[in-house]
Each structure stands twice: as structure tokens, then as C-alpha cells.
Design a protein around this ligand. Structure first.
Ligand code: SAH
Length: 220
């Protein structure tokens, strides 16, 4: 009974995060900080059913690169990434459930401009204003810095009502990145590896960001 109730709570919070903006989500958890643990307990339970977790792939990617790279983990959850690598990792999330985490809305972080080598979004492009999270990553990244995105596959599957991955990538490239590689091989998530352009576009033209379908978890 208790598990059922908290499962329902998790699904409600999950849907909330996908259907509100980052600052609304920040205020919501400021008023109800205890719900963040309910959300994460449910999230971890869902992840147990995934054959592979994207955070492990990103961990491996970092281990295959220099440990001197400074990382910003946007929407870090329980900050597993920071605990798994030698790199300096700025862990950012709405609530700091560990002293190492910076509590903020990730569209507005306290990180310095051009100070980070790798910006990570691992299943965290959740807000309706997700483009402002990517804009913030662009700001904090050094020129030629990496942007790594792992997202739930169904959110970017036009056959099931998701956003068009090509439009998504086109928008990110217009923002100021170049595509390095993508990986659609995993059943549950897609991975994109991009780099911040050396020189940024001077004109800030209107970018057409596709809507990403909320990932609604089934009742188990
Ligand atoms: N990256 C972690 C956690 C993914 S769950 C992992 O792979 O295990 C998604 C996380 O993004 C949640 O912890 C949620 O609180 C966070 N998040 C969503 N919107 C956010 C925002 N606007 N600012 C900061 N964190 C956000």
C-alpha cells in the first residue's frame, strides 16, 4: 500500500516537472523539499528496470577523457556522476540532498561564464523551457567545450508523438554547437555529443525548438 502511494506520488511529481518551467519547479520544491526524496526514490525504482543507465555511459565517457576536464552536471539527481569520476564536477539540481550539490534552477546557475569543459544533461531536460537550460550550458562552457545529452528515447520519437530529433539537433546547432556524434543504439535513451562552437553567432535569431514529449512512467 505504501509503495503504491509513493509510486503514485512519484508519477505526479514526474509529470509536474515535465509540464512546468524550471523556476516553477524550483519554487515548488522550495515549498515542499521532502517531495524531492519521494521523486528520487520513484526515479531510482524506475531505473532498476532499465537494462542500462545513461549516467554509466557518461561516466565511462569521462573516464576515457582527461580527468582535468571540469564538468557541470545539470540536473544531477543524487550526484552519482560526481561520485564516480576524478574530475571536478559542479553538481546542479533543484534541491541539494547532498552538501556537494548546488541548489538552483539550471537556467540560472552561479557558475562563471566560459569556465566548464563538459556540460552534462542526463535525462534532465525536463522543463517546458528546456532551451534556456541549454542556453545556460552554452554560457558556462568554454569554446570547444562538450555538451553531452542523454534523453528518454520516446521523448524524441515523432512516431509516438515525440519531438523530431533532427529539429532538436538543428535548434541546438543554431544556438551555437556543432554535432560530433549521436547514438540511438540503446533501447531506452538516445545520446548526443556536441561541441560549443569556437566563435558564437553574433545574431541571436529566433530558434524553433520542438516540444519534447513528457516521459510518463507506467504504473507497475
Ligand atoms: N542526471 C541524474 C538524474 C536524472 S532525474 C541521473 O541520470 O541519474 C532529472 C533531474 O533533473 C532531477 O533530479 C530533477 O530535479 C532535475 N531537474 C529538472 N529540472 C531542473 C531544473 N530546472 N533545474 C535543476 N534541476 C532540474
Amino acid at each position: 500500500m505504501k509503495a503504491r502511494l509513493s509510486g503514485g506520488h512519484f508519477r505526479m511529481l514526474n509529470e509536474k516537472l515535465y509540464t512546468c518551467s524550471g523556476d516553477e519547479a524550483l519554487n515548488y520544491f522550495k515549498e515542499n523539499p521532502e517531495l524531492f526524496n519521494v521523486y528520487h526514490a520513484g526515479y531510482q525504482e524506475q531505473m532498476l528496470h532499465w537494462p542500462e543507465q545513461p549516467v554509466n555511459i557518461i561516466t565511462k565517457w569521462l573516464k576515457d577523457h582527461s580527468p582535468s576536464l571540469v564538468v557541470a552536471d545539470f540536473g544531477c539527481g543524487d550526484a552519482r556522476l560526481a561520485r564516480s569520476v576524478k574530475n571536478k564536477v559542479w553538481s546542479l539540481d533543484l534541491v541539494a540532498n547532498d552538501p556537494s550539490v548546488i541548489a538552483c534552477d539550471m537556467s540560472n546557475t552561479p557558475l562563471e561564464s566560459s569556465s566548464v569543459d563538459v556540460a552534462v544533461f542526463c535525462l534532465s531536460l525536463m522543463g517546458t523551457n528546456y532551451s534556456s537550460f541549454l542556453r545556460e550550458a552554452l554560457r558556462v562552457l568554454k569554446p570547444r567545450g562538450w555538451l553531452l545529452i542523454a534523453e528518454v528515447k520516446s521523448r524524441l520519437d515523432p512516431n509516438t508523438g515525440g519531438g523530431d530529433p533532427n529539429k532538436f539537433l538543428k535548434a541546438i546547432c543554431e544556438l551555437g554547437f556543432t554535432m560530433e556524434s549521436k547514438d540511438f543504439s540503446n533501447k531506452m535513451f538516445v545520446l548526443f555529443y556536441l561541441k560549443k562552437k569556437e566563435k558564437q553567432n553574433s545574431v541571436n535569431k529566433d530558434i524553433n525548438w520542438p516540444e519534447l514529449k513528457p516521459c510518463i512512467y507506467k504504473r507497475r
